[in-house]
Design a protein. Structure first.
Length: 341
């Protein structure tokens, strides 16, 4: 772990060009601060100085079990962790070790995520989607994602006549079912287009409600890795992503969308449901944001939808740790609204 400083000392560094230069010339992009009392009157200036700095600020509780929610210094942290927190009974590592591994492997994507999330609360949903897609497209051309992609021979999915999304209207309910069970409903281009068309139907008919589910062992394992990076022009991909944004459509009719989660719910598998106002999870649901480990950030709207539900610090926790959370934890955080047998 890199050097740790008190939050008050961190604020002092933010108040001078020399202090900022010190923060920017560290070997690691991570800055660890112990959350403690900081004079409220200096916080506004400190946050303004911090906003554009390409670092990741990791907040640490002064002692295990300390409640830092009301501490003004919380606002300085991009995420907050307990350094001793184990991931689960099957993993000997700590959450902190997983985050450090991500920062080491993908520092550019990690910093890009932190910078993006710092301004999330000040953006509308459309503005947030533009900012996310712009950052995502830049990272697609970056060395971290290109390095990941080079380890995976491109293997586009074979064409099939079977529908990748099943749409069935029963009265005023539109049942939309992801139907690539053999791929854990990973979202490929065909599924993205089919989802956009289905939600366009619902968006243009205010009498309809939507029930979104997935076939097979998982609701959705995220984007189809076999198609990641298949767009040769990231700038064009940015425009296509905005033109056919399923998340934007769901946000325009959020109160009419109910999603039932089960199994793997990764990447788009939680980013899209989080735009709706009613997300139901079964006991086996496991939720995560794995994109930073690939040299990217969430690209289906998660920096908007997930952040609106659980805040930027927990969103960063999910994305930088690469870990999954279970259904009860997601309920406690507010990422899902109901548990069902």
């Amino acid at each position: 772990m890199t050097d740790t400083m008190e939050a008050s000392d961190f604020v002092a560094l933010l108040q001078s060009p020399a202090g900022i230069e010190h923060l920017l010339t560290q070997a690691s992009p991570a800055v660890h601060i112990v959350l403690n009392d900081v004079e409220p009157n200096v916080m506004e200036a400190a946050l303004a100085s911090l906003a554009p700095l390409p670092i990741v600020v990791i907040g640490l509780a002064a002692s295990p079990g300390t409640n830092t929610d009301s501490d003004p210094s919380m606002a300085l942290a991009d995420l907050v962790i307990d350094p001793e927190h184990k991931t689960d009974e099957n993993d000997n590592g700590t959450v902190h070790e997983h985050i450090e591994a991500t920062l080491h492997a993908c520092p550019t994507a990690s910093v890009a995520l932190a910078l993006l999330l710092r301004g999330a609360d000040d953006r509308s949903i459309p503005a947030g989607l533009v900012a996310e897609s712009s950052t995502y497209s830049l990272l697609q051309a970056g060395s971290e994602f290109q390095s990941w992609k080079s380890t995976r021979p491109r293997k586009l999915s074979s064409a099939t006549n079977d529908p990748v999304v099943k749409v069935d209207r029963q009265g005023n309910v539109l049942h939309v079912t992801l139907s690539r069970p053999h791929k854990h409903n990973a979202v490929n281009t065909a599924m993205q287009h089919a989802l956009y068309e289905a939600f366009t139907v619902a968006a243009t008919d205010p009498t309809l409600t939507v029930q979104l589910t997935g076939e097979g062992p998982s609701f959705c394992a995220g984007g189809d890795l076999d198609e990641f990076g298949s767009f040769t022009n990231p700038a064009s991909a940015h425009l296509v992503r905005l033109e056919r944004s399923v998340g934007r459509l769901i946000s325009t009719m959020s109160e009419r969308v109910t999603t039932v989660l089960h199994g793997a719910c990764l990447g788009a598998g939680i980013e899209l449901p989080a735009f709706g106002t009613h997300v139901v999870a079964r006991p086996d649901a496991r939720i995560g944001l794995p994109e930073v480990g690939l040299g990217l950030i969430p690209g289906a709207g998660g920096t908007v939808s997930v952040t609106q539900r659980i805040g930027r610090q927990r969103t960063a926790w999910l994305a930088l740790s690469g870990l999954t959370i279970d259904a009860p934890t997601a309920l406690a955080w507010g990422l899902v609204d109901e548990l069902t047998p």
